[in-house]
Design a protein around this ligand. Structure first.
Ligand code: TMP
Length: 204
């Protein structure tokens, strides 16, 4: 099974990904996007650096270059081996940031995802909902996307809401406010709800 966490910058995703992986056990594969392979981590460094000027279409294609390497060499083999995969961001980030906030179009993103990954989507995407102003306040990396400011993050937040409305069977939004432990309980509830009732006799 493939689970992704999404949210605006500073939404607390990375903390929640760590807590979720801990809860799911040691065989869970934890990855982040962009990243997760040597090539994708190198691409990440370029994408993150606001000091490196980058055309918006080049930016989009770099996200998909990183994703193709990660999906084809790491995620697909892990899923085929029956492992749980938890990713800090996936293609919904590209729809929200490049497709909508950068204005490149959501159809283009879907088409590139077909080319780069064979159209892979998470089985479950948990959207951590926080006010973009609050997120920006606590985001500290100073990367290219934080540097775009609040208006950009608001477009991203709106795009995530559209995805959640469009795909209610895959995308569950949870309140990202509160302590990490409080948010973790909500993430686990979302996962349990997605998995449905446990067969009788399998525990609590
Ligand atoms: P993060 O790992 O700290 O969330 O940083 C990744 C940054 O890259 C974040 O600002 C969101 C951005 N991003 C995109 O713009 N498009 C994408 O497809 C992905 C995966 C991330």
């Amino acid at each position: 099974m493939f689970i992704a966490l999404e949210g605006v910058d500073g939404s607390g995703k990375s903390t929640q990904v760590a807590m979720l992986c801990e809860a799911l056990g040691p065989d869970t594969l934890r990855i982040r996007e962009p990243g997760g392979t040597d090539a994708a981590e190198a691409i990440r460094d370029t994408l993150a650096d606001p000091g490196i000027p980058l055309d918006a279409t080049a930016e989009l294609l770099l996200f998909f270059a990183a994703r193709a390497d990660l999906v084809n060499r790491v995620i697909h083999p892990a899923l085929e081996a029956g492992r749980l995969v938890v990713s800090d961001r996936f293609v919904d980030s590209t729809e929200a940031y490049q497709g909508v906030a950068r204005g490149l179009g959501i159809e283009v993103v879907a088409e590139l995802n077909r080319i780069a990954t064979g159209g892979l989507l998470p089985d479950l995407t948990v959207l951590l909902r926080v006010d973009p102003a609050v997120g920006l306040e606590r985001a500290k990396s100073g990367d290219r996307f934080e540097a775009e400011g609040l208006g950009f993050q608001q477009l991203v937040a709106g795009a995530y809401e559209d995805i959640a409305r469009r795909e209610p069977d895959r995308v569950v939004a949870v309140d990202g406010n509160g302590t990490p432990e409080e948010v973790h309980l909500r993430v686990m509830d979302a996962l349990r709800e997605f998995l449905g009732p446990e067969p009788a006799g399998t525990g609590s």
